[in-house]
Design a protein. Sequence first.
Length: 57
Amino acid sequence: MSTFQKLRKEERETRKSLIIDAAMDLFSQKDFHKIGMRDIAKRAGISAAVWRRGAHL
């Protein structure tokens, strides 16, 4: 695996962790049906477009 590929993998893992942490935080504060994808993306510090594109996977 090249250095670039390793960095990309680390970035994806970091984004994934940020998304999970943000979702858990929001779900502990609000009802499930009141939270949207944009809310989680905003809390995680990423754009909704990055989320939709699946760049975090």
